[in-house]
Design a protein around this ligand. Structure first.
Ligand SMILES: Nc1ncnc2c1ncn2[C@@H]1O[C@H](COP(=O)(O)OP(=O)(O)OP(=O)(O)O)[C@@H](O)[C@H]1O
Ligand SMILES: [Mg+2]
Length: 226
């Protein structure tokens, strides 16, 4: 992936959620950490044009998210912090097929891609399950599969192991390890963050550390005072 933030700011009314950010994200896996409200989700939403910059520019694999938001969304798929907000159809397979058809995929092709994606994530057993009956881990995997089925080159995962028990956490982390897509992963899971090659720290809307996970986490403990 090649994501470039050039002097990018985000303001919500009088509140500045992101101070001028210049940053290039390359490689297969990058993590983002920081306290609640530090700007992580704001940065993630910029990557696929869900939030537009108040100033500056963001490009994703060469696509400007402000001028070509539709293409940016195809390039980078976003898995929400709360996957139940993402899965809109009642049955897992229907949700995946709905997304594919909305992008013009024909019936037979959509069915085949749905089945292949469930296999890829190891959740064929969830195909006919009702979304509201899924456990947290199953819901997270279904949401990731639903976005991945649309073949983005980058997946942005916003706290994928949030609220998961030790077993579901393992399932989701294994799925992330195996994914073909490049990924930007926002997380409060520092054990997982330690395994990433590069880790960014946001604090009060500013990028304050960027490097090896051990160093970024040490910086995090300092700014958090614990
Ligand atoms: N749509 C919005 N309108 C107004 N303020 C917003 C909006 N979205 C985010 N903010 C504010 O911007 C700041 C950064 O929020 P953001 O959601 O990026 O934080 P975060 O680091 O993802 O936090 P968390 O760990 O709690 O998910 C917060 O102060 C938040 O209240
Ligand atoms: Mg967030």
């Amino acid at each position: 992936m090649d994501i470039i933030f050039s002097d990018c700011t985000v303001r919500f009314g009088a509140r500045t959620a992101l101070h001028p950010l210049s940053l290039r994200i390359e490689g297969r896996r990058v993590g983002v950490i920081g306290l609640n409200g530090s700007g992580k989700t704001t940065v993630a939403r910029l990557i696929n044009g869900l939030t537009l910059p108040s100033g500056g520019r963001v490009t994703v694999n060469g696509i400007d998210i402000a001028t070509e938001p539709e293409r940016a969304r195809l390039e980078a798929g976003f898995v929400f912090q709360n996957p139940q907000n993402q899965l809109i159809m009642p049955i897992v397979s229907e949700d995946i097929i709905f997304g594919l058809k909305a992008r013009g995929t024909k019936n037979a092709e959509a069915e085949a891609r749905m089945a292949a994606t469930l296999r890829r994530f190891g959740i064929e057993n969830l195909e006919k399950r009702r979304v509201y009956e899924l456990s947290g881990g199953e819901m997270q995997l279904a949401a990731m599969a639903s976005v991945s089925a649309l073949s983005p080159r980058i997946l942005i995962l916003d706290e994928p192991t949030n609220q998961l028990d030790i077993k579901n956490r393992r399932l989701v982390l294994n799925a992330i390890d195996k994914m073909d897509e490049d990924a930007v992963v926002i997380t409060h899971d520092l054990d997982f963050a330690l395994r990433l090659p590069r880790l960014l720290l946001f604090h009060e809307g500013r990028l304050v550390a960027d490097g090896a996970p051990e160093e970024t986490i040490a910086h995090y403990r300092k700014v958090a005072g614990c």
